[in-house]
Design a protein around this ligand. Structure first.
Ligand SMILES: NC(=O)c1ccc[n+]([C@@H]2O[C@H](COP(=O)([O-])OP(=O)(O)OC[C@H]3O[C@@H](n4cnc5c(N)ncnc54)[C@H](O)[C@@H]3O)[C@@H](O)[C@H]2O)c1
Length: 253
């Protein structure tokens, strides 16, 4: 898809990987709408990219229903959607004190999975209303999984379930939406140096990245953005969850 002139909705765009993606898309001529928490830096980031800011907690279902059409209107059409809002918690299936609390499991699923799908179904609907380009393409959706979807790390059960579901629904949605020329991909990063991980001390980052093939360091937000731009530009990238991990494989803990 041609990025210049396209409308891009960047959810989680006030920080980290989504912010870097918004910056790269803007450099290539996209119109940008940043969606993020009201308490985030969204307004500042949006202004710096000549875009609009739409404050939203993605777990607020009616809020999402209200915000997506507002974004589409502000952009004058939605062609690119990048969704990164998410996060996890560390808890094992059982501990000495008892079983994993079900409410916190559900919260992680709601934030990462249900909210992503809620955005996707609305984003896809609006994209399906676009005029197709010469290739028949109407839109591209990029979701954010994690290598935690595949690595089975101890204490990650809720996060793994949510991120594996994002990976799993990628091909299904791509097939659902192929008929209207909308592509769906997901990116599964390893440890990236973003707002989410800024509290992790350097020595812990070193341990967490020492099993990578190369480079043995946390990823940089722009390295996610480079892949996101490639996904938008190459029509053949569709239906896959792409690992972005320097060859990292985690041990159980
Ligand atoms: N950083 C990593 O190591 C890493 C690795 C794998 C996957 N991920 C995934 O990447 C995403 C986080 O992106 P990041 O690492 O660039 O972090 P980040 O904290 O820099 O950016 C995430 C943005 O999402 C926003 N956000 C969080 N919850 C929200 C909500 N409920 N509603 C609206 N906005 C919300 C935050 O305000 C923030 O601006 C998550 O989905 C996370 O699971 C991160």
């Amino acid at each position: 898809m041609e990025i210049s002139g396209a409308g891009a909705m960047i959810v989680g765009g006030a920080s980290g990987m989504a912010r870097a993606t918004a910056e790269r898309l803007r450099q290539k001529g996209a119109r940008i709408a940043i969606v993020d928490l009201p308490t985030s830096e969204g307004e500042v980031v949006a202004t710096s990219l000549d875009g609009t800011f739409h404050p939203l907690d993605v777990t607020d279902e009616p809020g999402v229903e209200r915000t997506v059409p507002e974004v589409v209107e502000a952009l004058g059409g939605l062609h690119i959607a990048v969704n990164t809002a998410g996060g996890g918690l560390a808890a094992r299936t059982i501990t000495r004190d008892g079983p994993h609390p079900l409410d916190s499991f559900r919260r992680v699923i709601d934030l990462n999975l249900v909210a992503t799908f809620n955005l996707n179904r609305l984003q896809a609907w609006h994209m399906s209303q676009n005029e197709p380009d010469d290739d028949g393409e109407r839109g591209v959706i990029i979701n954010t999984s994690s290598i935690a979807a595949f690595e089975g790390q101890i204490g990650q059960v809720a996060y793994t379930a949510a991120k594996a579901a994002i990976a799993g629904m990628t091909l299904t949605m791509a097939r659902d939406l192929g008929g209207v020329g909308v592509r769906v991909s997901s990116i599964a990063p390893s440890l990236f140096a973003t707002g989410l991980t800024k509290g992790i001390p350097d020595e812990v980052t070193e341990v967490l990245t020492r099993d990578a093939a190369f480079p043995k360091r946390a990823g940089r937000p722009d390295e996610y953005a480079i892949l996101a731009v490639a996904i938008v530009e190459s029509a053949m990238l569709n239906g896959s969850c792409i690992r972005l991990d320097g060859g990292q494989r985690f041990a159980p803990r």
